[in-house]
Design a protein around this ligand. Structure first.
Ligand SMILES: [Zn+2]
Ligand SMILES: [Zn+2]
Length: 330
């Protein structure tokens, strides 16, 4: 069985120091995919870098509502440009946090709307953080949905049942964190028990909010298994059923990652094919005016596309590879 941690901060203090061990423990616990969430612009390169290194870790780009005051320059265009990276599969986290009020509320709202526009433009899902701001969050989501559809998830859901209904009605997914395992989370447990199976995701929000029985320790993605077990019990499902549904939902919502998996498989097949044609290729390279400039010895998928284009290949073979012309190449 495979689980997905749909929201964690692997590059935060508490996890980043020992990231390799954190990832190893997650994999051992059956966590096959993790979504590493951005909160500040200066983290983006780091978070995308982790996703480039680790094939089971994906990245988002966004500005947390706490940080809105510090990022007046991060607009829709900037988000859209950063989201073009093949390992970036979501926009966020964004939203409204009136509990801490770390940023001016008007700035939080403007930033939220800029993220929504980026989600609409890229077709990538929005990761929404909302705390003590249900009314404004619902109003902005509804208003923006009227301007054009976008998809997303309410992450670390702690809002009311009424807000859950609004989110579901807008087509959003709802992600449940370790908070659901806390003794005093009765209202959340009631809501979590009735979220339709097709719209449910699970997350840790690590390094925060370790679930029972890990409370007091830094949270890490491996613990999503504890939340999954608790939630399955609460909903009267088996762990396998809950794991399968939440994994399916993750790839349905974050569909760019599914496309990325297919593309990785395609690249591996293509690399194997090229090795078989190695002799032929070296003959061609010898004739090429740029021979000697080619980055020989690098992985095949690291070759720039224009280098590949310099070597003629049969048209029939090209047609068989859908990813050559897909959105990912744009
Ligand atoms: Zn959050
Ligand atoms: Zn978070």
């Amino acid at each position: 069985m495979m689980l997905v941690d749909s929201h964690c901060h692997l590059n935060y203090e508490g996890l980043v120091e020992d990231q390799a061990a954190v990832l190893a423990r997650a994999r051992a616990a059956g966590v096959g995919t993790m979504l590493n969430i951005s909160t500040r612009e200066r983290e983006w390169a780091d978070i995308v870098g982790t996703a480039e290194r680790e094939s089971d870790v994906w990245a988002t780009v966004g500005i947390h509502p706490h940080e809105a005051d510090q990022h007046p320059h991060v607009d829709t265009a900037k988000l859209v440009a950063a989201a073009a990276h093949p390992r970036v599969i979501g926009i966020g986290e964004t939203g409204l946090d009136y509990y801490y009020d770390h940023s001016d509320r008007a700035r939080q709202q403007a930033s939220f709307r800029a993220h929504i526009a980026a989600a609409r433009e890229t077709g990538l899902p929005l990761i929404v953080h909302t705390r003590d701001a249900e009314e404004d969050t619902a109003a902005i989501l509804r208003d923006e949905m009227g301007k054009g559809a976008f998809s997303g998830v309410i992450h670390c859901f702690t809002a009311s049942g009424a807000f859950a209904d609004i989110a579901l009605e807008l087509g959003f997914y709802i992600s449940i964190s370790g908070i659901v395992t806390f003794k005093n989370a009765k209202a959340l447990q009631e809501t979590a028990a009735r979220i339709p199976s097709k719209r449910l995701l699970i997350e840790t929000d690590a390094p925060f909010l370790a679930p029972v029985p890990h409370r007091g320790r830094p949270c890490e993605p491996a613990y999503v298994a504890d939340t999954a077990r608790f939630l399955a019990d609460l909903r009267g499902e088996t762990l396998d059923e809950l794991g399968a549904a939440t994994t399916r939902n993750f790839f349905a919502l974050f569909s760019k990652s599914a496309a990325g998996h297919a593309r990785q498989r395609h690249l591996l097949r293509r690399a194997a094919h090229r090795r078989r044609l190695g002799r032929l290729r070296s003959r061609r390279s010898a004739q090429c005016p740029h021979a000697g400039l080619h980055p020989r010895g690098k992985r095949d998928d690291a070759y720039p596309r224009r280098y590949l284009a310099g070597h003629a290949r049969p048209a029939a073979r090209r047609r068989r590879h859908p990813y050559r012309r897909g959105a990912l190449d744009a």
